[in-house]
Design a protein around this ligand. Structure first.
Ligand SMILES: [Mg+2]
Length: 371
């Protein structure tokens, strides 16, 4: 890892840029934090132990060799305070979620996570206790998912916290599960339950109230700390024809699969798996049901598979202990029509959605609810 000030100090003498010339917000030498090199040595270098190619975070690059017969799958995701997480989120949880959302993408591609890099851009409201707790969160999930930190970067800002994680995984050569492989009549499956996270967010921001404590705690936890389907995902190769993780929302992510596969999808709302807590939160409220179907952050895996794979899907669910539900099927798009997702209600009528899911730079369901 290195910092912006390390960059400026490292200029050759002919083009020396003194640290004092750099605008204040780029000065990472905040007295309360000590130097970035001390921070890296104290909190981040220990996270590289056990991965020889990381060189203890003391070199300029890391070396990664996929096992024979495998290739590297790479994924990056950036989260911003006030946009992707609530400002008062404990740093351990911010760290774990930042890592987990990337592992979720690897899982949806049948890749096994191995390593990650992290870029931290921190405002001066962050103190050393925050960094210690953040690193402890990473350490916890490194153990849980068997990954190591192999590099990164630090900088400072007058804006919100920005965290970018790049995750590296291994997938058997040619076995990656892509978005575009769905075929007409393939069944659409989803793991776990859908909508918990967006309902949890509604509880945290106060737009959903009156739920009994156990359900509220469950939904909030699903939002704050997703469980990427890492163990299940690696076994999707050879079963799934297409897959994606549900990060933007069930309908939006299925639409991504439809667009890339050049197909449409028909989903039955009553088949979409909802947790007990989500059912209680939704009740008969159709707007809340729509929110559950289009809200993001579930980090379940949505995949398609041909009918002949049904027994293997059932076996995958049994042996992994994760529920897998069939929720609809892929169909050719209507002539002249774009690939679309239609969700039918109990009486077979399409449910209209104001928005299919989260998107940056456009009105989306989270716009009212900055996280
Ligand atoms: Mg994704």
């Amino acid at each position: 890892m290195r910092s912006s000030s390390a960059r400026t100090e490292g200029k050759s003498s002919g083009e020396a840029l003194h640290i004092a010339d750099v605008p204040g917000e780029w000065d990472v030498h905040k007295p309360r934090l000590g130097s970035e090199f001390e921070l890296i040595a104290r909190y981040f270098a220990p996270l590289a132990r056990g991965f020889p190619g990381a060189y203890g975070l003391l070199d300029d690059v890391a070396l990664i060799n996929p096992a024979p017969g495998n290739e590297l799958a790479v994924k990056t995701d950036t989260i911003v305070g006030g946009v992707d997480f609530l400002a008062d989120t404990p740093p351990e949880l911010i760290a774990r979620k930042a890592l987990r959302v990337n592992l979720s993408d690897l899982a949806a591609k049948a890749a096994v996570p191995r390593a990650y890099l992290i870029d931290l851009v921190l405002p001066d409201t962050v103190d050393e206790a925050w960094i210690a707790a953040f690193a402890a969160g990473l350490a916890h999930d490194q153990d849980e998912y068997g990954v190591h930190l192999v590099g990164g970067d630090m900088s400072s800002t007058s804006g919100p916290i920005v965290i970018a994680v790049t995750a590296l995984g291994e997938v058997a050569l040619g076995r990656v599960v892509r978005r575009g492989g769905a075929q007409p009549n393939d069944t659409v499956f989803v793991t776990g339950t859908i909508g918990d996270a967006v309902l949890g967010l509604s509880l945290l921001d106060g737009t959903l109230t009156g739920l009994e404590p156990a359900s509220a705690a469950f939904l909030s936890a699903r939002y704050r700390l997703p469980e990427p389907r890492v163990a299940l995902g690696r076994r999707l190769a050879g079963i799934a024809s297409a897959a994606i993780d549900v990060s933007d929302g069930l309908v939006a992510d299925l639409r991504h699969v439809c667009g890339t596969s050049q197909l449409s999808a028909i989903i039955e709302a009553k088949l979409v798996p909802l947790s007990h807590a989500a059912r209680k939160a939704i009740g008969d409220d159709r707007a809340r049901l729509a929110r559950a179907l289009t809200g993001g952050d579930d980090y379940e895996i949505l995949f398609t598979a041909p009918a002949v794979a049904a027994a293997r899907v059932a076996e995958l669910s049994r042996s992994s202990g994760v529920a897998i539900s069939a929720i609809g099927r892929m169909v050719p798009p209507a002539a002249g029509d774009q690939a679309s997702v239609v969700v039918l209600d109990d009486s077979g009528r399409p449910i209209p959605f104001a928005s299919e899911g989260w998107t940056h730079f456009r009105r989306g369901p989270r716009e009212r609810d900055p996280r």
